[in-house]
Design a protein around this ligand. Sequence first.
Ligand code: GDP
Length: 356
Amino acid sequence: SLSIGIVGLPNVGKSTLFTALTRKGGLAANYPFATIDPNVGVVDVPDERLNKLAEMVHPAKIVPATVEFVDIAGLVKGANEGEGLGNQFLANIRNCDAICEVVRYFKDPNVMRETGRTGAFVDPAADVDTIQTELVLADLGSLERSIPKLEKEAKRDKEMAPRLEVAKRLQAWLNEGHRAAEMDMTDDERAAAHDLFLLTMKPILYVANCDEDQLGEKPQINGQDAIPICAEVEAELADLDPDEAAEYLASMGLERSGLETLARAAYHLLGLQSFFTAGPKEVRAWTVRIGAKAPEAAGVIHSDFEKGFIKAETISYEDYVKLGGEAGARDAGRLRMEGKDYVVQDGDVMVFRFNV
Ligand code: GDP
């Protein structure tokens, strides 16, 4: 499943947020990691459409898409040189699909800000900079190791030349303190860059850990919209039953918890979408890349579905709802037989036909 590493300086509220994540009532209970690994929390991606489909199909259960959050403790200044949890920490980030950086926005002077600076309790730009520097230095370290190898390979094999080229350009770019992902690259260069496994190639999402009264603000961090969350409120929400939680949210003028907002934002950041399966056993959302073709979507459910793919009976979500479900859509001629080149659309309700 999709995994997001939570990073941030000490004392910004990572543990508070993560505890809320892992205690959350809405946790995917059928998800094995949720109970096994204390550093992994799984959050449902909220989707109104699932409820709508369920009203029509009356399934035994509803299964939403999930996002997995991984608590990556130990990023401190000097991590790239092995300070704190150092290399271990960097390896953990390398295994995630994206990074979620928690940044201190709350003012509470009783909570130390551990950056060695006195005075300002809130300095998001400086905090982001500290972490970015560590990640950039770690990437420069890996390039220093991979470039000599690439040079050798490029001598033997001309096809490797573009990869060497992009590695060198990235080295210069990172040396100026930028993230790799922000360098201008052609699609081919980007693909080559991905094979370098750089931390700063990963998409990043900023969470502003706010005081309760800042939750209505639209914080910007590093020129990017940050998601305002109050970790302490999330921790309180996690202890409430769903009705109480909804009431508490409403009392603050909020529609959904910060954790749900976070899961949803992560999903979009990564260019992912949902398609649905809807039957009496379950109504379920599945995660697939935007741009994926039907066999790839089938493969998300089971690799056999992809291998033996024949066709996908497809109804758009809108048609499905408007025409009263599968039978209605079929009668109206809105159930399409799609082949292997069909590009899956967000919300498609699908049934796969395959050879075994
Ligand atoms: P971590 O080191 O990043 O994991 O930070 P913690 O989650 O342990 O939080 C550090 C301190 O900040 C704790 O004393 C928390 O109670 C406090 N804290 C966390 N979130 C908030 C918040 O939203 N508002 C306030 N005022 N304090 C917070």
